[in-house]
Design a protein around this ligand. Structure first.
Ligand code: GRF
Length: 196
């Protein structure tokens, strides 16, 4: 099966990045991670890349808070292209991508979000589900477009909300579901590309 070349972008803990790297190592996911890039110098996700001997880089984001400066975003495109990346994986990347990335990788950028989209886009979605009194929430893998937590849904996984859940316990349960869903959704994409 074709091994898809991935580039992973993240700003934080990197637990989804770890799940993807472990899934590749165990042979379940026919892909390779060419590079892990973070806009946060000390982000644990970069440490995880090093642990798995994957190329990694810090990208200085520039002066904006919620997106990359255009110069930085063009540099990001260059880094991903140089690494031969075919599919971009957002794993806790806290900046909204704009034209340079969206045009360089049309329909080739995925994100994972901790709710059953279209419900609860935005930050701390598990808190929104808890506050609404929902009984079920979950996580969603979707294609990235110009709107936040929007774009074609690729895969979803449901997670129950239990009576005694706190934001922390619920978030932890959603993350467990994410770690199964994200590698499986990418593997599915590899299989469907193989079929074409
Ligand atoms: C995940 O919960 C994901 O849904 C959201 O950001 C978080 C990243 O977590 N987009 P991690 O850095 O992969 O642990």
């Amino acid at each position: 099966m074709k091994r898809l070349a991935l580039g992973i972008l993240g700003s934080g803990k990197g637990s989804n990045c770890r799940a993807i790297l472990e899934s590749i190592r165990s042979g379940e996911l026919p892909a390779e991670v060419r590079v892990v890039i973070s806009d946060v110098l000390e982000a644990p996700i970069l440490e995880i890349a090093r642990e798995f001997s994957v190329a990694n880089a810090y990208l200085p984001p520039g002066e904006f808070r919620t997106r990359l400066e255009p110069k930085s975003e063009m540099e990001l495109v260059r880094m991903l292209r140089d690494a031969g990346v075919e599919l971009v994986i957002l794993a806790g990347f806290m900046r909204v991508l704009k034209a340079p990335m969206l045009e360089a990788f049309p329909r080739r950028i995925l994100n994972i979000h901790p709710s059953l989209l279209p419900k609860y886009p935005g930050l701390e979605a598990w808190k929104q589900a808890l506050a609404a009194g929902d009984k079920i929430t979950g996580c969603t893998v979707h294609c990235v477009d110009e709107r936040i937590d929007h774009g074609d849904i690729i895969a979803q996984s449901e997670v129950p909300i239990l009576p005694n859940d706190t934001p922390e316990t619920l978030h932890a349960r959603i993350q467990i579901a994410e770690h199964a869903l994200y590698p499986a959704a990418i593997a599915e994409l590899c299989r469907s590309e193989e079929a074409h």
